[in-house]
Write a protein that binds this ligand. Structure first.
Ligand code: M6R
Length: 620
């Protein structure tokens, strides 16, 4: 979380910084700030609230100059306030920094720096970075180093970094060295855009789109020294590196809202194309299987896999649960789904032939990255199902599958979920065809998968009906979401969507398990959203629904077109196209996304930027 931007060049720094902060606002929006250098002065402006608040401040109190840094904050240490906003000032203004991450030993370092006379103005962990870099810089200057040299600034940052425990993406600027930016990372992403006589810095590539398509992704323990003339990369242990410049494949139109009021709704409606893109080039009709360009494992290695661990957080974890059902049903490979935040510290027994798949939209989630690294360290093959090209997890995994869903900006994940499920269906087909799945079964799966973009287009036609239901139910304070088999993870996902953007308490549960406890919650004020498409266990789910009705619980059912029976029982029915069980999550999750969107809107919530959340959780 937290978004960082930086600029060095001939242009107007604040213009790029503000535009970049708007594009990064999804990473945190508690406060925003920029620092811009003009001659020997660094002007710092920061304000609690959205980037638009900062813009208002800049109208009355502008900063001019062509070097600068900016930050949009998702608070971890210290309340959200003007003073706690970034950039932070070190010493007497000699150093100014922005930081993404957490410095775990900040309390100890703060004490040490206070003893040395440094005055702390904030209650954040980040301020110690500014003072520590400043302190190291003073020491170097005392030893005779030239205060204006980029090399002195670099050494000061390197010496400070040694004292930090935790994670960081940092960019520092120095009053005595105008035009020098020093960027460093451990655990928090940073990407450098290489322009013509100018350099851009950001937490992800989105602010660079339209400015340059040449980018360098900083890896852990690397430092970038950026000046008006050049950009150098150094590794903590191995010294100077040759930057690997990559081409950015993102269009500015990818992040436009178009005719939609919110990114969430836009992304919900992008799902047919997202699924098409995920399927493109991945179906081998002749062999009735899937194919992947990036797994980086040969068929012999893949055949030896005897267990799969899927690890993820949040919505991606829910996609993982669908993946477990798919891989066990079609590939017959024992599969487990682990919360990445647990797996990183657990020590579950894993065989030599266990393969680990990290599932992540952003590719930057700190817990998922840590779990992946832990498994890699133990010698397991690690693969990633990831949306953001060039993200840390995509780069660190041994191989993987890109979703190609396009940028997902809304904090509530929608198209990433259905794309992840699509990738997992392809994967289970692929592994299945290597093992027990017949040619004809493979062919049948492919036929059905190919229909899915159109099926989803039809599903989206439920929008107006769902909106009406949302209007009627938006004032309830508790919801249950119930489904079985492939629709159990969908129930969890539906409940998460409602919670995160409308702040209504919602619980997802396996429909039959509900009678072992949560049924006590059922009364006329607790609606149950039942996912009850026709299929394998339709009659069983209907019995569970009867149990709720018998206790006067209102029922909103997600059911198949043409199901007459359901209308007699449920208070509301939202009809979706009928598909085979294993494809149901792609269909049934869509009305739930729309339901939460409209309930949140009715309640006046900011659907794209819900309180307390950020799109990319890069802290533990
Ligand atoms: O980028 P990731 O897929 O790794 O993110 C994981 C979760 O933080 C994310 O899915 C989160 O739960 C979403 N806000 C849910 O809508």
């Amino acid at each position: 979380m937290c978004g960082i931007v930086g600029y060095v060049g001939p242009g107007c720094a604040s213009e790029f910084l503000i535009e970049g902060l708007h594009r990064l606002e999804y990473r945190g929006y508690d406060s925003a700030g920029i620092a811009v250098q003009n001659g020997s002065e660094i002007g710092v402006r920061k304000r609690v609230g959205r980037v638009s608040e900062l813009e208002r401040l800049l109208e009355s109190n502008p900063v001019t100059g062509s070097f600068g840094i900016g930050h949009t904050r998702w608070a971890t240490h210290g309340e959200t306030s003007d003073v706690n906003s970034h950039p932070h000032i070190g010493g007497n203004g000699e150093v100014v920094i922005v930081h993404n991450g957490v410095i775990e030993n900040y309390a100890k370092l703060r004490g040490q720096l206070q003893t040395l006379g440094y005055v702390f103005r904030t209650t954040t962990d980040s301020e110690i970075i500014a003072h520590m870099i400043c302190h190291q810089w003073y020491e170097l200057v005392k030893l005779g180093h030239d205060p204006e040299l980029a090399e002195t600034c670099q050494t000061a940052v390197e010496r400070a970094l040694v004292t930090f425990k935790g994670t960081y993406g940092i960019v520092a600027m120095f009053r005595e060295a105008p035009g020098v930016l020093i960027a460093a990372r451990v655990g928090s992403p940073l990407v450098i855009g290489v322009g013509r006589n100018e350099y851009f810095l950001a937490s992800d590539a989105s602010p660079l789109v339209g400015h340059t398509d040449e980018v360098v992704y900083l890896s852990d323990n690397e430092i970038a020294v950026i000046t008006t003339e050049s950009m150098e990369l150094h590794h903590r242990d191995t010294g100077r590196l040759e930057p690997s410049i990559q081409t950015l494949q993102q269009e500015s139109s990818d992040t436009d809202l178009g005719d939609f009021d919110h990114y969430m709704l836009k992304e919900i409606f992008e799902q047919p194309e997202a699924i098409e893109n995920c399927l493109r080039g991945r179906i081998d009709d002749d062999s009735a299987t899937a194919m992947f360009g990036g797994l980086n494992l040969d068929p012999m290695q893949l055949r030896k896999i005897d267990r799969i661990v899927l690890t993820a957080c949040g919505t991606s974890w829910h996609a993982g649960l669908v993946g477990e059902y798919l891989l066990e049903e079609f590939a017959r490979i024992p599969t487990e789904v682990e919360y990445a935040s647990e797996l990183r510290y657990r020590n579950p027994p894993m065989t030599e032939s266990t393969m680990v798949f990290a599932i992540t939209q952003s590719g930057e989630t700190a817990d998922t990255l840590a779990a992946l690294r832990e498994c890699k360290r133990k010698g397991h093959q690690t693969l990633a199902i990831c949306n953001v090209v060039g993200s840390t997890i995509a780069r660190e995994a041994d191989g993987g599958i890109y979703l190609h869903a396009g940028p997902e900006i809304g904090v509530a994940s929608t198209k990433a979920f259905t794309s992840q499920v699509t990738a997992l269906i392809l994967l289970s087909l692929y592994f299945g065809r290597m093992r027990h799945l017949s040619y004809h079964a493979g062919k049948r799966m492919i036929r059905q998968l190919r229909d899915m973009p159109d099926v989803i287009r039809r599903t989206l036609q439920c929008h107006d009906a769902v909106k009406e239901v949302a209007d009627r139910y938006c004032n309830y304070e508790n919801f249950l979401y119930l489904g079985r088999l492939y629709n159990f993870p969908v129930a969890l996902e539906g409940a998460l969507k409602l919670k995160e953007i409308s702040y209504i308490h919602a619980e997802g549960y396996p429909a039959a398990e509900m009678k072992h406890g949560p049924i006590a919650l059922v009364d006329e004020n607790t609606p149950s959203v039942f996912i009850v498409p026709r299929g394998g266990i339709y009659p069983k789910v209907m019995s569970n629904l009867e149990e709720i009705k018998a206790r006067r619980g209102p029922v909103i059912a997600i059911a198949c077109e043409g199901d007459d029976q359901i209308s007699e029982l449920a208070d509301e029915v939202i009809f979706v196209p009928e598909v085979e069980d294993f494809l149901q999550p792609l269909v049934t999750s869509i009305p739930l996304q729309i339901l939460s969107y409209h309930i949140a809107l009715q309640r006046g919530c900011n659907v794209d930027r819900p309180r307390n959340l950020a799109k990319s959780v890069t802290v533990e």
